[in-house]
Design a protein around this ligand. Structure first.
Ligand code: SF4
Length: 177
């Protein structure tokens, strides 16, 4: 997939390409992020190595496009590499292509009710997982409340997993699903 092709694709296809081909799953994840307090000289060398690594990744174009749509990178903070670009390069590219990226994000949202459902389920899951069940008078025992919460979490995980697998299968990435 080239960058030109990636720009025309909707998010599920881009995400499936990254899920299936991301080279960084076989690399040290720390390579792509600047450590707290890391001196500029060592970060520059590491950043160059990460960029080289990305340029050998089959999912690079899809990854770069997702990074642009996700708002990754910051012109004031030089602390990451994604899609073969530093954070400041991503921010500059997004600014140059603001109109195109904005239209792509809007098209993703408009065409993808399933993605909205996935996002909503993920929010529900995070909320449920972060909640501490508390009992008051007339309610079941604490252990029962905990069991009910665990069941709700299992249901949400199952729904998310089912949608993700179906999306990947539809976009031709069955192996990754
Ligand atoms: S382009 Fe780089 S950051 Fe993106 S998936 Fe590939 S190796 Fe990972």
């Amino acid at each position: 997939m080239t960058s030109t092709q990636a720009r025309r694709m909707r998010r599920p296809v881009l995400q499936a390409a990254v899920d299936a081909g991301a080279g960084c799953t076989k690399a040290d994840p720390d390579l792509f992020f600047r450590a707290d307090g890391q001196p500029p000289a060592t970060w520059q060398a590491q950043r160059a190595e990460a960029v080289r690594f990305c340029h050998g990744c089959p999912a690079r174009a899809a990854c770069e496009e997702l990074a642009l749509r996700d708002g990754d990178g910051n012109s004031r903070v030089d602390d990451l590499v994604r899609g073969g670009r530093s954070g400041s390069e991503l921010a500059a590219l997004r600014e140059r292509q603001a109109q195109r990226v904005g239209a792509a994000i809007a098209a993703d949202e408009a065409s993808d009710t399933e993605w909205k459902k996935l996002t909503s389920l993920t929010v529900d899951l995070n909320r449920e997982a972060g909640r501490t069940p508390t009992r008051s008078s007339g309610m079941p025992r604490q252990s029962e409340l905990q069991a009910l919460q665990n069941q709700r979490i299992r249901n949400l995980v199952a729904q998310i997993s089912q949608i993700r697998s179906a999306r990947r299968a539809r976009t031709g990435w069955e192996v990754a699903a």
